[in-house]
Design a protein around this ligand. Structure first.
Ligand code: ZN
Length: 136
């Protein structure tokens, strides 16, 4: 960790599963005035990023049958899918989660849609919320 770039734990983005982008994009982009941020597809979903200050809202839309987002939508319908926390030391944080006996979805960090390393934690260990960790 480079201490000069330490930001502290923060909300990096909130992932929202949507049935149809056209139905919700105008609310965030045009009414709330959040600028679009281009993001890569990830895990069988196309992602529209919308800037909210230092954080993003990510609208997640399945583009692959059987993708995690499609399964989520079928089971729960549209809504908040996950919250992503930016941390200064991803490897150290993941190690602390493991040591604390938390259920990890990703045993090791992998590359996420924003081109940064990420890892997911299981909702069973985080108060019922799918949590993503990313590097600040
Ligand atoms: Zn995410």
């Amino acid at each position: 960790m480079n201490s000069s770039s330490a930001r502290g734990t923060r909300i990096a983005h909130i992932g929202i599963a949507v049935d149809a982008l056209a139905g919700v994009l105008p609310f965030y982009r045009d009414i709330l005035g959040m600028p679009e941020v281009p993001l890569d597809d990830s895990d069988g979903a196309s992602i529209v990023g919308l800037a909210a200050g230092d954080s993003l809202v990510e609208l997640l839309h399945s583009n692959e049958p059987g993708s995690p987002i499609e399964k989520f939508l079928r089971k729960r319908g549209p809504g908040i899918h996950h919250i992503c926390f930016g941390v200064d030391d991803l490897d150290g944080t993941l190690a602390r989660c493991r040591d604390a006996g938390l259920r990890l979805i990703d045993q090791e960090p992998r590359m996420g849609a924003e081109g940064k390393r990420i890892a997911f934690l299981h909702p069973a260990s985080t108060g019922g919320v799918l949590v993503e960790l990313t590097e600040n």
